[in-house]
Write a protein that binds this ligand. Structure first.
Ligand SMILES: Cc1cc2nc3c(=O)[nH]c(=O)nc-3n(C[C@H](O)[C@H](O)[C@H](O)COP(=O)(O)OP(=O)(O)OC[C@H]3O[C@@H](n4cnc5c(N)ncnc54)[C@H](O)[C@@H]3O)c2cc1C
Length: 504
């Protein structure tokens, strides 16, 4: 059978596209996914269904691709989790549901993507959400598949309350709705978690579309490459139950994420020609930007021991109180975000000051032409002096708030992991940052969209791959730069927007 549309990757973007595009009963669509499928919410393993509020851990290791990355020269085996199941990373993530800032989209537009102003993005942010707290306000939606709520203060754990109080005392404004454009300060995290259930795109969008006769979902099959006829995509080659299969379609959409999509492209012969030749891949189309421009939100972890009398609950989501602020001397509003968690698993209080918009960028390369060889992810965190400067300030600010605010005395004891004496010495603190750099799981931008005048642009503004017909990308790899927010809401918004204006 030749499908109309074939989608690789049933994650945040892939499931939304599959659901929206099969609203047209005349479109026959095949959705391919490397991981398993749990067709009902009840059949999901607990760590997938609940997550971040269970004793199962920060993220699921049961459905993970198991990538590692080079964070810095010192941190060369940093775990980089990515969801491997129907739902993708939306099924394993922390469910922080924050939108990009208007300035982020102005920056995308300035890079030649004039269809991506904040005004053009906002209707799709609204379309995808059902905000239980703010309803259908000017800049919110109440009818979308993704439920969103914030924990009211009275439900916060004592550690989250202490963090909020410390932020307020340090002068940060109260921010009841972090998704209100231009808001800043301390307040509840918007979470796509309803009654403890993670609102992945599998239990929302895809669940609503599953029954359609024009949608076929094929799980447990790994796509190896896109099949090309000249400069046109005609299908994909996959591995299923140890066998090789081919599936054909009028158009192929890669939604395999910021690691999977550039990997598949390169294995199809689309990417930087020199690199492809080094791994013995036949070059079908030289596109130097594939795998370049990789972005993330770099972080470092500070950890305090918990006081013996404080046992955090694991009955609700751990992340409740959020802080966003603008670093001293920065002209990027809200360029810092801080996450705090009191974990019942390791009995530590974690504080993660994080660059919400880093200047640094990394790259992804392939080790070999084998789909099962994990790509090399080189992040180059904190190489930019301004990134280090902001991180030093963030660490100092967080250390002071936790050590000094009286509310923490009943909750946390001595520092277990942090810069210690290096705190007040810039060079020593930089060394500590390089040795302790970590990801906040927001890898993006490895196949950025942009005009053909940009030699590193991989697609046009609607995800169509430059120079190859009938091949599109829709996922986190498309973002020209990151946004100053956790990126899942933005990936989903992009999928909604591209689906709404869909044409090949
Ligand atoms: C642990 C963790 C915590 C996070 N927390 C947050 C958060 O709180 N808030 C937030 O906004 N963002 C968070 N993120 C990031 C966010 O979830 C991702 O950026 C987003 O889900 C990416 O969507 P995507 O569609 O690009 O890729 P994914 O959702 O990862 O989907 C890609 C899909 O493609 C499949 N695939 C890949 N390669 C192949 C192949 N060769 N063949 C077949 N299938 C393939 C994968 O298995 C996967 O299902 C987190 C991510 C992780 C991993």
């Amino acid at each position: 059978m030749i499908y109309n549309t074939l989608i690789v990757g049933a994650g945040s973007a892939g499931n939304i596209l599959a659901a929206r595009l099969t609203e047209d009963p005349n479109r026959q669509l095949l959705l391919l996914e490397a991981g398993p499928d749990y067709p009902t919410s009840d059949s999901l393993p607990a760590d997938i269904r609940l997550g971040y509020g269970t004793s199962s851990g920060i993220y699921s290791i049961t459905h993970d691709w198991g990538y590692t990355g080079h964070a810095t020269a010192q941190v060369t085996a940093m775990p980089v989790p990515r969801g491997k199941l129907v739902g993708g990373s939306s099924a394993v993530n922390a469910q922080v549901f924050l939108r990009g800032a208007p300035e982020d989209f102005a920056a995308w537009a300035a890079l030649g993507n004039d269809q991506w102003s904040f005004e053009q993005a906002l209707p799709y942010y609204c379309k995808l959400e059902n905000d239980r707290d703010f309803g259908a306000a000017d800049y919110h939606g109440a009818d979308g598949p993704i439920g969103v709520r914030r924990y009211p203060e009275k439900e916060w754990g004592p550690d989250q309350q202490a963090w909020f109080d410390a932020c307020r005392q340090a002068g940060h404004p109260h921010c009841p709705d972090a998704n209100k454009p231009h808001s800043t300060g301390a307040g509840p995290f918007p979470l796509n978690n309803i009654d403890g259930i993670r609102q992945s795109t599998a239990v929302t969008y895809l669940a609503q579309a599953r029954g359609r006769p024009n949608l076929r979902i094929l799980a447990d099959c790994t796509t190896r490459r896109v099949l090309l006829e000249g400069k046109r995509a005609i299908g994909v080659e996959i591995e299923r139950h140890g066998q090789q299969e081919r599936h054909y379609a009028d158009e192929v959409i890669l939604c395999a994420g910021a690691v999977g999509t550039p990997q598949i492209l390169m294995l199809s012969g689309i990417g930087p020609a020199t690199q492809l030749r080094e791994i013995d891949v036949d070059v079908r189309h030289h596109l130097p930007g594939v795998g370049q421009n990789m972005r993330d939100h770099p972080t470092t972890n500070l950890q305090w021991l918990l006081q013996p009398q404080f046992t955090p609950t694991d009955h609700h989501h751990w992340l409740q109180a959020c802080l966003r602020y603008t670093a001293d001397g920065s002209d990027l509003d809200n360029d810092m975000i801080v996450y705090t968690i009191a974990s019942s698993i390791d009995e530590l209080f974690w504080v993660r000051p994080t660059l919400n918009l880093a200047l640094g960028r990394g790259e992804l390369c392939l080790r070999s032409a084998n789909i099962h060889d994990k790509p090399i992810l080189s992040y180059h965190y904190f190489e930019e002096p301004f990134d280090r400067q902001r991180q030093r300030e963030g660490i100092r600010l967080c250390a002071e708030m936790v050590e000094e605010h009286p509310a923490f005395r009943q909750l946390v004891g001595p520092l277990k992991s942090g810069p210690g004496n290096a705190l007040h010495d810039d060079a020593a603190l930089d060394r500590w940052i390089f040795a302790n750099a970590d990801t906040s799981h927001h890898t993006s931008s490895t196949c950025k969209m942009g005009p053909t005048t940009d030699s590193l642009a991989v697609t046009d503004q609607t995800g169509r791959v430059h120079g190859i017909d009938s091949l599109r990308i829709v996922d986190a790899s498309l973002m020209p730069d990151s946004v100053r927010a956790n990126i899942n809401a933005t990936v989903m918004m992009m999928a909604e927007k591209i689906a709404d204006n869909y044409s090949f």
